[in-house]
Design a protein around this ligand. Structure first.
Ligand code: FMN
Length: 191
């Protein structure tokens, strides 16, 4: 699909869309927690991380670092970070989203938007993903962020927001539907 977006990018600028439209990628993105035992090729991983680094960030700080975890032992440890992280053990790749607190002004928002870019780019490439909350989480009284930082050697001055599992889906979920659009949640001019 080819279209021209001169208003945004200047005269004659043409965009070539990927396999699916943006809205379609958003509809197809579902939280996938079961994965096929297939590696994610480096080229695809690079595209997914590239998408993350195009995210907006407060004051353009780009405070993000991404720890790409493939080592089975480490993934097993990460899967114990919180009671809701079990699927990290079986995912081909776990991406841990980290903020450099020297750079960050709004690190939670910055990393959350980068996370959305990761999940949508991955969906466009046919991967399943799932966001796993790490910040402000715990497992049986043990702080999840400290736990993750310890195993991955993340130094002081860096905070962990979340992890995202990535892999070809081994479970099927229906895409989101147009019917989920809630007219009553949209307020024109005033509440
Ligand atoms: C901030 C946030 C935290 C989440 N934390 C977890 C988590 O720790 N573990 C998990 O399995 N899913 C987690 N999810 C995924 C949600 O459960 C999921 O997005 C929601 O149920 C809607 O389903 P969908 O993603 O398929 O549309 C999280 C999602 C968000 C946005």
């Amino acid at each position: 699909m080819l279209w021209v977006q001169e208003d945004i990018y200047g005269p004659g600028f043409q965009c070539i869309a990927g396999g699916i439209t943006m809205l379609e990628a958003m509809r197809r993105r579902r939280s996938i927690r079961k994965y096929r035992n297939e590696e994610v090729p480096e080229g695809d991983l690079k595209k997914i991380l590239e998408a993350a680094m195009y995210a907006p960030s407060a004051w353009g700080a780009k405070p993000w670092h991404f720890v790409v975890v493939k080592d089975p032992e480490l993934k097993e440890k990460l899967s114990k970070a919180t009671p809701y992280a079990a699927h990290a053990a079986g995912a081909p790749v776990v991406i841990v989203l980290v903020a450099d607190m020297k750079l960050a002004k709004r690190w939670i928002e910055d990393l959350s938007i980068a996370a959305a870019h990761i999940m949508l780019q991955a969906a466009d490439l046919g991967y399943g993903t799932c966001f796993i909350q790490i910040r402000d989480s715990e497992n049986e009284g043990r702080d999840a962020e400290e736990y993750v930082k310890k195993f991955l050697g993340i130094p002081e001055g860096y905070n962990v927001e979340c992890m995202i599992t990535v892999g070809k889906p081994a479970e099927q979920k229906a895409p989101h539907e147009e019917g989920e659009y809630m007219e009553e949640r949209v307020h024109l001019d005033r509440w």
